[in-house]
Design a protein around this ligand. Structure first.
Ligand code: SF4
Length: 353
């Protein structure tokens, strides 16, 4: 089971099963306008064979977090602090040579848009074979055989022929499958999938998510699945982290969060999602306002300028005091457990249907 822990927890002891451990991560960018606090104190753990969904709007810090794990930020304008332990190895501040070895070998990424991630100048087979040859030190022939094997695994028909196709000769769904093949070719222990199905239609999206689950079972990889769509994580992830303004605001198992969400922001995300049971003419309810500027995030609870429940909080100011995220299952919100339960049951759940 994936475990999620709060910022001040100490690192997991060796042998506890934690494969990826992120502790008190801060990612700040220097810009002409000031410091952008893209990730502002984030912690979570992930075990092998488990999937953690990270959801939130654009600018919530989910993609930045994962680029930090992969070491893909420009060190000239990015300050990363905290701890990122991959199988016990510290990645924060690791040399680029070390990160290069780890990328593609021990950890890999599936991007949203396969068309831009795959080079138009090389065949699909070559793009799958090259990282395998580089990391495994095998011959060209062996790497080509491996590319054909991977194309077979991801369900590309006639893989022995299609291995010599260029990306533009594949459909959108096939390109995404090819990129998954490329990501998994070295059997990485950690797979980071950033909006892997956003560019695809719903049927292909379901096929790709099923494929990821099947391959995870076969390869035993840990997966971080980044999405703005709670529907995508519902059937794919084990645990869920909801991010807002660079911070985790709610966490728990997927079932817990989707059945009984506790944070007003999560309520807003769920309310803005289309549902099968809703009338096609029924308007969705967007979260009012816009995500905050990360150059000058709001004081206290970062969600307070958009939150409809500020007035329900007694004795503490949402605009002054930052709510803490409790251990394990919970939400960073000043509402009491009873208030969250009452508001959810009486006001939110009827709207969600
Ligand atoms: Fe809303 Fe206050 Fe809870 Fe923040 S702490 S989500 S502003 S009720």
């Amino acid at each position: 089971m994936t475990t999620l822990t709060k910022e001040e927890d100490s690192p997991a002891p060796a042998g506890s099963g934690t494969f990826l451990s992120v502790r008190d991560l801060y990612v700040h960018f220097s810009t002409e306008d000031g410091i952008v606090k893209a990730v502002d104190g984030l912690s979570f753990d992930l075990e092998r064979g488990q999937t953690l969904g990270i959801v939130g709007e654009s600018g919530s810090g989910k993609s930045v977090t994962n680029l930090s794990i992969l070491g893909l930020h420009d060190p000239r304008n990015t300050e990363v602090s905290g701890e990122i332990l991959l199988d016990g190895q510290e990645l924060t501040g690791a040399a680029e040579r070390t990160m290069e070895k780890l990328r593609g070998n021990k950890m890999a990424m599936i991007f949203q848009d396969a068309l831009t991630a795959l080079s138009p100048y090389y065949t699909v087979g070559r793009q799958i074979a090259e990282p395998y040859r580089k990391h495994m030190g095998v011959s060209k022939h062996e790497a080509r055989q491996r590319a054909i094997e991977m194309l077979t695994k991801v369900g590309i028909p006639n893989p022995k022929l299609r291995v010599d196709d260029y990306p533009h000769q594949f459909s959108g769904g096939m390109r995404q499958r090819a990129m998954i093949a490329m990501s998994l070719v070295c059997n990485p222990d950690l797979l980071i999938a950033d909006e892997p199905t956003t560019a695809l239609d719903v049927t292909v999206q379901a096929q790709i998510l099923d494929l990821l689950k099947d391959l995870q079972q076969e390869f035993g990889s840990a997966i971080v699945l980044i999405t703005h769509d709670l529907g995508v994580v519902a059937n794919t992830a084990d645990d869920l982290l909801v991010m807002y303004a660079g911070r985790a605001v709610e966490r728990g198992s997927v079932q817990e969060v989707l059945r009984a969400p506790q944070h007003p922001y999560t309520w807003g995300l769920l309310g803005s999602m289309p549902r099968l049971s809703s009338d096609v003419n029924e308007a969705l309810t967007p979260i009012p306002g816009t995500p905050p500027s990360l150059l000058a995030p709001p004081s206290g609870c970062p969600f307070h300028p958009r939150c409809a429940f500020v007035a329900d909080v007694d004795g503490v100011s949402c605009s002054d005091t930052r709510p803490a995220l409790p251990d394990g299952r919970g939400a960073a919100c000043h509402l009491t457990a009873e208030q969250k339960q009452t508001i959810f049951v009486e006001q939110i759940k009827p709207r969600l249907g």
